[in-house]
Design a protein around this ligand. Structure first.
Ligand SMILES: Nc1ncnc2c1ncn2[C@@H]1O[C@H](COP(=O)(O)OP(=O)(O)OP(=O)(O)O)[C@@H](O)[C@H]1O
Length: 258
């Protein structure tokens, strides 16, 4: 089980002139700090898929980066099966498969080499890496480009390769930051099927998205973040019940604080 409790993260603002107009008006700007995440809590049980929703700049990526250990929280805690991610980051890195917003593939390497490299970093044997790549190639439909250099991959090819790379080590929790953004309908469906496959294997998934249709299709739970705070954290059924005819209206209701 994953428990995120009262996370907070602020960033120093070196030059306020570099902030956008929206950020300058944002209540999270206080003195020399921008309090990106102020109080985020959520839970995810084995086999559950949690959808993380929120307007642009709400704090979703910052939250997921703390969960993946890329950022250290200022306060709050994250526990995976009773172990604190903050206290034991190395343990957490083994347990989590994290897809960040930037795919960051090595362009001079092939897709396969990029994935293999991560497997090696995780200490996997060549045989275990090969077996896992075969499996991922099947479910993520990588065959046609797996042995091409990543340099001129399409957005979809890059994203599928980055997802395969993120889960090469058989993580016990998968965290995906906007996994379908920029993908065409077929590639997005492949990624959604992949998430569904993880769910069937009882592997918990937490993913951020702006697509409410994906939430309806896949999620057991919904967490909405607004201005760095959790404003909704409940089952998909409870989310839908906020406005039975429209998920968009349900989402807007969570933001209005009603
Ligand atoms: N390293 C940083 N330094 C300063 N401000 C930051 C930093 N990282 C994020 N922020 C700010 O924190 C806020 C939350 O950003 P975050 O990327 O977490 O939002 P998000 O919910 O993922 O948004 P989007 O849906 O647009 O991806 C934004 O205003 C962003 O500019």
């Amino acid at each position: 089980m994953i428990t995120i409790s009262h996370l907070a993260k602020k960033f120093a603002v070196d030059n306020p002139k570099k902030l956008s107009e929206q950020e300058r008006q944002d209540p999270r700007l206080s003195g020399k700090f921008f309090h990106s995440v102020q109080d985020v809590s959520l839970t995810c049980e084995k086999g559950e898929v949690v959808g993380l929703l929120g307007p642009n700049g709400a704090g979703k990526t910052t939250t997921l980066r703390m969960l993946s250990t890329a950022l250290k929280p200022d306060s709050g805690d994250i526990q995976i099966d009773g172990n604190s991610v903050v206290a034991k980051p190395l343990l957490a890195r083994k347990a989590i498969g994290f897809l960040s917003g930037a795919t960051g593939l090595y362009g001079r390497l092939t897709g396969r080499e990029n994935i293999e490299y991560f497997g090696q970093l995780h200490g996997m044997s060549k045989a275990a890496i090969d077996t896992k790549i075969d499996e991922l190639s099947e479910v993520l439909e990588l065959h046609t480009f797996l042995d091409r250099k990543c340099d001129n991959f399409s957005t979809g090819m890059k994203q599928k390769t980055a997802i395969a790379r993120a889960v090469i080590h058989n993580p016990s929790l998968v965290v995906l930051d906007e996994p379908t953004t920029g993908l065409d309908i077929m590639a997005a469906q492949t990624v959604l099927n992949f998430i569904n496959g993880l769910k069937e294997q009882n592997i918990p998934v937490i993913f951020s998205t702006h697509h409410l249709g994906e939430v309806a299709e896949l999620c057991d739970k919904v967490t909405v973040i607004n201005n760095g705070r959790t404003v909704f954290n409940d089952s998909l059924a409870s989310f839908k019940a906020l406005a039975p005819d429209s998920l968009h209206q349900a989402f807007l209701t969570t933001l209005s604080g009603k």
